[in-house]
Design a protein around this ligand. Structure first.
Ligand code: TXA
Ligand code: MG
Length: 341
């Protein structure tokens, strides 16, 4: 593993990517599993390593100052305004794809997802890869549907036991600062639909509205498909249930009476037995930063269920609540069945 700004390791990783191999690298949101976006054979290796169904588009990461017109066409003025305001940073823009860019990166759709990450290791890698003129297709560096990695160790846990050893080069950039995936904004149908928020994140709808003076709409049925928007996603192996703060203690007591082990993510005082617990920061930024590591840690104790005390609602909590809702998808009925014996 390379440490932060180990330029020799970053150069070596860039050469591997240029040769069509995979490299996992840190970003400020989560770790990505990268491949040369203009090499469809290399992009196909990402799908194989993740176990991700074909037809799911991947985000293309660009170096600071990259030529947008190489990747996209019919770029609306709002894209330039948002790029000036938020790049490098955790905002992905969906634009019309330039005709010569292989459709492997967009799952056959006529759009492309672009973002310029702010993490220094990601920036250094993108700057040496193809002399800063290339793009790295990179979804989160985890198995399909699983919790995204926010440390290099998480990436090792995802892939080290694979018999085919598809992911062997992992750059270490410490813990991801933001902790949840980038905000995704669709600008590819600006004329007919306006800006559409496909995935909430650290950059909120209100932040976007301040820059372009239009409030983004929530995703509709015709919006470009995004796997991060599937209902069940970001889930640990142990079922997750979201519950109100004032129900935490009673629920843990009921689980104990039913002979079940409940783990807890939340700050409530509890007197009932708990298999393991983690308190979370009170701010949305702090909560997002710790969220995926907390889910992984609670997953590791092999409880029957992970209870998550519902965080506050409100626009700045939208990204956190979105990921929790997806992690807990389908488990509400399960909790009911567990406590009723
Ligand atoms: O923060 C992030 O965005 C991280 C880091 C590594 O940059 N990446 C990430 O990638 O979350 P992934 O593949 O796990 O999620 C990317 C989301 C997916 O839901 C994908 O379907 C969507 O972006 N996406 C990418 N290109 C798209 C396109 N052309 N149209 C619609 N959705 C697209
Ligand atoms: Mg993902």
């Amino acid at each position: 593993m390379a440490s932060i700004l180990d330029m020799a390791a970053i150069e070596a990783a860039a050469r591997r990517l240029e040769a069509g191999e995979l490299v996992a690298f840190p970003t400020e949101t989560v770790y990505g599993l990268g491949a040369d976006a203009e090499n469809p054979t290399a992009v196909a290796k990402i799908y194989a390593a993740k176990g991700r169904p074909a037809g799911h588009p991947v985000i293309v990461h660009l170096a600071p100052g990259a030529d947008l017109d190489h990747w996209a066409q019919d770029v609306p003025p709002q894209a330039h305004q948002l790029i000036a305001a938020f790049w490098p940073g955790p905002l992905t823009l969906i634009l019309k794809r330039a005709p010569h860019i292989p459709d492997a990166v967009s799952g056959g759709q006529d759009t492309i997802g672009l973002r310029c990450p702010s993490h220094p290791v990601a920036q250094a890698l993108l700057t040496v890869f193809k002399n800063g003129k290339g793009g790295l297709a990179a979804p989160s560096a985890n198995k399909f549907g699983h919790v995204s990695p926010t440390t290099a160790q998480h990436v090792h846990e995802e892939f080290d036991s694979d018999p085919d050893k598809r992911v062997t080069c992992i750059l270490d950039g410490g813990q991801s600062e933001v902790g949840i995936e980038s905000t995704i904004l669709d600008l590819s149908r600006m004329a007919t639909h306006g800006p559409v928020l496909l995935r909430p994140g650290h950059i909120s709808a209100a932040d976007i509205e301040k820059v372009i003076s239009i409030s983004p709409r929530q995703a509709d049925a015709q919006a470009p498909r995004a796997s991060g928007t599937l209902e069940a996603h970001y889930a640990p192996r142990t079922p997750v249930a979201l519950i109100a703060k004032d129900e935490v203690n009673e629920t843990l007591a009921k689980l104990a009476r039913a002979g079940k082990r409940g783990a807890l993510i939340g700050s409530s005082e509890v007197s009932a037995p708990v298999a393991a617990r983690m308190s979370m920061p009170a701010t949305p930024e702090g909560y997002a930063h710790d969220l995926y590591a907390a889910l992984r840690e609670m997953d590791a104790v092999n409880a029957d269920i992970i209870l998550v005390e519902s965080p506050p609602v409100g626009s700045e909590w939208q990204g956190v609540n979105d990921r929790l809702r997806r992690a807990a998808f389908d488990s509400a009925g399960l909790l009911e069945r567990m406590v009723s014996g």
